[in-house]
Structures are given as C-alpha cells and as structure tokens.
Design a protein around this ligand. Sequence first.
Ligand code: PEP
Ligand code: MG
Length: 926
Amino acid sequence: MTQQITRSELDEAVKQSPRKWVYLFSEGNAKMRELLGGKGAGVAEMTNAGLPVPPGFTITTEACNAYYEAGKHFPQGMWEQALAALKIVEQQTGKGFGKKDNPLLVSVRSGAKFSMPGMMDTVLNLGINDETVQGLVALTGDERFAYDAYRRFIQMFSKIVLDTNPQDFERVLEHYKEQAHVKTDAEIPAADLKNLVVEFKQIAEKQSGEPFPTDVYKQLEKAIEAVFSSWNNKRAIDYRNFNKIEHTLGTAVNVQSMVFGNMGSDSGTGVAFTRDPATGEKQLYGEYLLNAQGEDVVAGIRTPSKISRLQQDLPHVFQEFQDIANRLEQHYKDMQDLEFTVERGHLYMLQTRSAKRNAGAAVKVAVDMVEEGLISKQDAVKRVEPNHVYQLLLPRFDDAEKKTAEKEGRLLAKGLNASPGAAFGKAIFDADRAEELGKAGTAVVLVRPETSPDDVHGMLVAKGILTARGGATSHAAVVARGLGLPCVAGCEGIRVNEAEHLFRVVGSDMVIKEGDDISIDGATGEVFAGIIKTVEADYDKEVDLKKLLTWADAERKLGVWANADYPRDAKRAITFGAEGIGLCRTEHMFMEQERLPIVQKMILAKTTEERKAELDKLLPFQRSDFKGIFEAMVNPETGEGYPVVIRLIDPPLHEFLPSYEELLVEVTRLETKGDNPKELAEKRELLEAVGSMREMNPMLGLRGCRLGLLFPEINVMQTRAILEAARELAKEGKKLQPKIMIPLVGHVNELKEVRRQLEAVAHEIADEVGGAIEYKFGTMIELPRAALTADQIAPVADFFSFGTNDLTQTTYGYSRDDAEGKFLLRYIDGLDEPGAKQKVKILPFNPFQTLDRDGVGQLVRMAAEKGRQANPHLELGICGEHGGDPDSIEFCHMVGLDYVSCSPFRVPVARLAAAQAALTSHERDK
Ligand code: PEP
Ligand code: MG
C-alpha cells in the first residue's frame, strides 16, 4: 500500500513564516530556476515527470540572500520549513533521520541559477553518527560499506563545514592503506575503517576546537550554512566575475535522500551527456564507476569506464538510462548533462541540466536538432554563444611544424582530448603563479596533477590546461570546456611533481621544468615540448556553422562589415560573410618599408612645395592600395562592389619618425666621438625636427582631421588616390561605393573645411576625366563634443561611424595604453581594502571591450538620434572594437544603427550576435 504523505506540517510552517523558503521536489518545476537553482528546478521537473529521483527538497536562493541580509542567520521560519519537509522525505523513503533503525541519510548540495560546476560545496552521507551507523550495518549487512560511508562523511564535513585541512585526513588514509597493503580506498578492511572513523573525529576535533557533531540536526544546520557561505568563496566569486554572473543571485540548497553507488558490483555512479560534448555526435557520452560514490568520478581519482560498457555490466540499467536520456532531451529540447546512481540494480537520476559543450558541438547540436525537427531555426540561432563561433575559427597547430616536432621526438605524451584548440606557453605548475604571469601577459599552460576549484583563478588566465589525472568529466575538462580553453586531461604519460615544479615523461628521461615552453592540442590530446606555431581554421569545411549563420542572416537587422586595411584582410572578411568595409586605416600603408622614407621626407619638408613633391611620390602607392581593397570587395560575377569606408590619416605625424630618445643618444654618441661631422649635422637636424613635433599628450594632440587641416596637401593626395583608383576600376565596369571618412572631428567647422578640400579635388578630377566619380563623405564620432553636437555635424555628412575606441578614451578620460597597463585591470579585478573580505570593484568590465551603455552608450544613442533628426538619410555604423563584441552589438541593434564593423575573424560572431539581438528584442516586444 502506498503511504499517505501528509503535507500539513510543511504548509503550517510556511504559514508561520514571512515567505515560503522550502519546496519539496514535487512542488517545483523547470521554470523555477531563479528560485530553486538549476539543480533544484531540474530534479523537480524530473520528479514530476515520474522519473526515479530520490526524494528531497530545495531551500530557495531567496533564503540564501535573506541569510546574508540577516548577517548570516537563517531567515525566520526557514529551519522549521526544512524540518517539516524532512519529515515528508522520511515518510516518502520510509526511513528516519537520526533513527537507529533504518536511518535516512541525505546529501546537501549547492545549486545556483546558472551552473557553476564544482565552485560551491556539497556534503554527502549526512545523518550518520555512532548510532545510525549501526542501523546502516543492520540494514545493508555490510559493515565495511557503513563505516566507509561514515569516514567519507567525516572527511567531507570537516573540509566543507569545519574548514579543516583535508591533507591531514588523506595522510592518515594513506597510512592505513600502506598498513593493510592495499592500493585503493575500497579495499580497506572494515576493522580499519572503524579505527579510521575514530581517528578522523579526533583530527576534526583538534583542528576545529570542538567535538565532532553527533546530533544529525546540528549536522544538517551546519551543512546548509556552509553551502550558503560557499556562494561567496573566492573561487565562486572568480568564476562569476569571469562569466559575468551576478553576485546577487544566491545559491539554493538541495537536501536529498542518499542512494548509494558503492553497495557492491550491481551498484555504481556516473555522469553522462546525451550527446558528445566535444563533437556533438548523437550518442551517449560519459563515464561511470561500479561500486563507487559520485565524488570518485568527478574527482578523477579512479579512472572510470566509458558509458557504453554499462550495456555489458548492467544491461537493464543501461536500457533504462538510455530511455530516460532520450526522454529528457525531447522534454528539454536540448542536450542534457545527467548524473545517476545505481543502487543494487536500481537506477536513480540525481541531476539533469543543459550540458556545457564546446564550440564545435554547440553548432552541430543546434543544427542537428533543427534537422531532427526538435527546435526551430530561430531557436538554433539563439542557442549558440557568439563567442563559441569565434573559437571555431581559432588557429590550430601548423601541420608542418607539428610533423617536425614529432620527428624531433618532441611529442611527450598523449592524454584525453578534453577540450579542443591548440595552445602553447610556459609550463606553470601552480595556479597563483599562473595568475601572476598570465595577467602580466605571458602565455601560460597550467599543468596540474588534477585541478580542483581552487585552481580556477589560474585557469582563467591560462592559454591551456594539462592534467595528469582525471577523465573527460573531471573538473579540469568541465571548466576548460566552459571557458573555451584547450585542455588535455588524464595524461598518464607524465608524472607531475608539484613540489619541484616539473613533470617527468614516463619511460624517458625528459623533464619539463617551470617556465619551459610546451604545446598542447586539446583536439587530439597531444602534448609537445617547445612551441608549435598555429594556423587558421578552414572555414570552408565548417558546413554546420555556415548553415547556422545563413539562418542568422535571415533574422538580423544590422549589417555586418569588417575593419580591413589590406586586400588580404578584405578577402577574408568577405569569406566570413562581411557586407562591406567599415574602416580602412590608411596610415598603415604609410608604414611599409619602401614608403616610410618618403613619408619621413614629406613630414620634414620645409615648404609646401617640397611636401607636395614627396606626396606625389606616395600617390601611386596609395592608389594601388585602394584599388586592391576595392577590387577585393567587388563580386567578380556581377561586378557589384560592397561599400568601402576609407579613413584619411589619423595618428600624429611623429609616429612615422624615429624615436626622439634614440636620436638623442645617437647625437650624443656622435658628439663624443667627434669623427663624423656630416652625420652629426644630419642627425641634429632630424632631432630638432622630431623634437619640434613632440607632444605632451599625443592622444589629444595634432592628430585626426587636425593634421589634414594644417597640411591640406595630405588630404588632397589621399582623396585623389581614392577617387583615381575608383575611376580606374569603374572603367573596367566595376560598380564601386567609395566612402571617405574623416577622423576625430570635434567641431562642425572642421568637417566643413575638409569637405570643401575634398570637393575641390573631386571637381578637379571630374574635369580631368570628363565625368564625376560618386563617393560618400562622412565622419567618425569619437569625441564627446561630436556626439553632443551631432545635429550640427549631420547635415555636412552622409554617414557617421562611431569610433568607440576613442569615444571611450575621451569619455572616461583614460588613455587606453596607459590605463590598461596601470590601473584599469585593477579597477576591474578589484582593489584590496584592508580588513575587507572582498576586493572593492571599481568597474564591472573593461569598457574598451564591452561598450559602457550608461556612459559612452548614452552619447552614441544621443548622437544617433540627433544625427538622424538633422539628416534623415544619415547612415549609422560603428567601427570601434566594440563592433565585434556580442553585448555591444546588442546595444547597437537597440539604438538602431545600420551596421557594425569589426575585425574579419569576428564577422561570424557579429552575424550571430546581431541575429540574437533581433530575436530577443522581438521577444521583449511581445
Ligand atoms: C576608434 O577610435 O574607435 C577607431 C576605430 O579608431 P582608432 O582605433 O583607429 O583610433
Ligand atoms: Mg579613433
């Protein structure tokens, strides 16, 4: 007969409280992620779908926040609700918490709205003490199992709740294993485990200064507190900072009746994905261990078996698991990450959540699911993180270099291909050192025996991760995939010596020490000594990605253009789907070897005539540069050209001259030697000229349109080069759309004057060739004054392009180069405040990477609105680095810009991000 469960006590406890803090699994559902956390919402949904889930309840994220608000005290009524819910779990399981007969043991797990794998704390086997352990022995007839559960509990509780040093426990455990001449924990005899329990309690007592709690309710209370507190441990905070997860969400706490995977060979535990998270292949992918508890799989201490083997080990369980996996995928319409335990032949589901996956898998799964009829094209577009697309285009090892490395015997070992991508860097063996070097700009590969959440700060800055132990679902692998970092895990061919900061290669005398270069390939699992250079990915072969991006194109409103200075970049941009060039920085062309001497002479010319003579020499170079870019942007079949925005010279002229300091040294040397008066005179003259052009603050000095106003000949030459190039191609039947852009305008009169200069040149050429050449004339908006007076500027321009690099510099008053090197990263990371537990963060993110909507964004919005009002035909774009950043692209969509322009590699990212912005704004409008 099924037991009648009474919920009245829980209802009563809720009535007596200001809020419902506790939900039975049967009371929740998948939509309640915010309140119950991902894990709580997942088990609730599975419970209600009738899947075998061990009964339990969830304490809400609101309770966690209330706990902090009350100065780390449980909110009123929470504990009473938890006790009432626990009674119901006792009824559901037919067990008693703290009862000697048939004792109920529970797990206490964290679970936030967004999955933060391994960042917060969990306590298993809670409810065990000297009495209940007897009940467990009687119940299972297995003394070894019962005492093993007990010693695991003490070990875990001490680490998580009592904050004791876990190594002290490990040392004693190792000692017992040596004494008993056994290798694994599972072989320690029952009698020894009993002694271990006594010793463990003594260690805990000695370290914490109080007796180990035998009252199971005390255990529960303390474990819940510890999980709440783990929301604010360092690694969780680091993880949230990196993943831009709000710190105010709080974690839920899941209290769930335990099932045991370590009750013999018909028991086990594992984790599995419904599809392969590395490739997206539609097949169960995962690992399990027979006769083990969950932490054994995740910690990577024993090497687990592939999930497909379960078919042989426990065929019924495998079948049931596969059915459930399919049902969950169909239900959630997304690839799932599942945790399960088998207790004496019975399967229990412990968790389901949307699976983390790498870039390739994300794209393949999304496209496959559309083709399987599971989701719509729009859903697929929304599913894939734009930055994942970027990873797919990331460089891989150069084949030839790799072959050479193999020939030279530099292939050290092969581990698991845990997260794809190739990386090289200095081998570093601890996370603190990796963080220090990584932040200073050194490429670092973090090498660890295995990683734990305490290593996350080092992983965040590393280029790649290499571990000697652990499977495809070990901590290192899961975190690396989430971060999109290359990772080789479980590389058994190396022996890491943490103390000496080195690893040895098994079966050879090779040693890699701290600071030695290594290269890893997370797609193949290979580890090499030395640096192997990388090459670009083959976009043509990314069939699924191309499909996805075509679907994205159908949704987006923003055009996607590219910043490209050379025909080579322009061609690549077109391959990636760019629809125009939004910024061609012409000054790069001045820097090339054969041109620089002419440029220098032009700058140092004493008269306008001299300057013009040098500019005449530069003209053919520039004309052929522009021709190259225009040609790259013409469709060879139709002859139609995409728009190309060419910006006239921007940086201060002294950037093209030798350094003042070096010249000074040279002059002093020549003066001292006194043997070359001719060279000395020349160098002195040059020094004087360079000195006269020096500026205190070149970022705000003679640059941008100011140059062309003082030296109009430069503008004249560049305009002529652009228009003549266009004219030559037009004669070949190519339809071009040249756009000339003026940088750093602050006052409309600057723009008016440049426009007058340009129009004069255009007329001159029209007279020469007997016909006008069409072009558009526009300006960058990269100074606050330009944004504020956009209504005055717009009538003089055909287009605005927001130069948000300079606009950010000038709005904040930060010089980017100085700021990033000196204080900006500290502002973002947080400043240490004496006595404070957390660092004080000044800025939430780097405004040079993600557009600051509150400040810089307001200027963009205002300039766009004022500009359009004053000139309804005004075209609006952005060409600062933000044009390739998904969050900033969303803002550009919201403000109603016409296009974003970004580096060629970010074009696919921008296509997807623009589509997502369009799709989610539809949703918001509903
Ligand atoms: C800008 O300022 O945003 C811009 C694109 O120009 P540059 O980076 O060349 O200064
Ligand atoms: Mg600029």
